[in-house]
Ligand binder design. Structure first.
Ligand code: FES
Ligand code: FES
Length: 163
């Protein structure tokens, strides 16, 4: 018996037959749908490497049952860029060297996109640090990550002012 699951995944409607009600969104993305950007760091909600957006909000995909997401909109790192044009947060991570090995980076970027959309942190470094505290970096690239998120948040504010 399979469970039907309808998702909008990176802007595309998808219909998936789940053969296991216990499969997590992370495993569905990585093992079944070939989207390996979200990483499995701890598989228990402690590192943030698996962060994706569901209906615009940041979640740990390792803790989320895929079967609970029928009708949801899921955005992963693979859906951020528009063709060759990087998302401003991706571009800011490159500009500020916000990574070393890159393992945590997709989660950091998705978390930053969610944080900026939430609009609570603005460009305040302390609030950005707090808002990004669920995303760990074993390489300790935190200084570059913070600069990148500050820069991207500033750009987003600027675009809103101009709108
Ligand atoms: S893999 Fe999900 S929080 Fe670590
Ligand atoms: S860049 Fe290596 S874990 Fe963050």
């Amino acid at each position: 018996m399979t469970i039907p699951l309808r998702l909008t995944l990176n802007g595309q409607p998808r219909e998936i037959a789940l053969d296991d009600p216990r499969v997590t969104l992370l495993d569905l993305l990585r093992e079944r749908l070939g989207l390996t950007g979200a990483k499995k760091g701890c598989d228990r909600g402690q590192c943030g490497a698996c962060t994706v957006l569901v209906d615009g909000r940041r979640i740990n995909s390792c803790l989320t049952l895929a079967a609970s997401l029928d009708g949801a909109e899921v955005l992963t790192i693979e859906g951020l860029a528009e063709g060759d044009r990087l998302h401003p947060v991706q571009a800011a991570f490159i500009a500020h060297d916000g990574f070393q090995c890159g393992f945590c980076t997709p989660g950091q970027i998705m978390s930053a996109v969610g944080l900026i959309r939430e609009g609570h942190a603005g460009t305040d470094p302390e609030r950005i640090r707090e808002g990004m505290s669920g995303n760990l970096c074993r390489c300790g690239a935190y200084a570059g990550i913070l600069e990148a998120v500050e820069d991207a948040a500033g750009q987003a504010e600027h675009r809103e002012d101009a709108a």
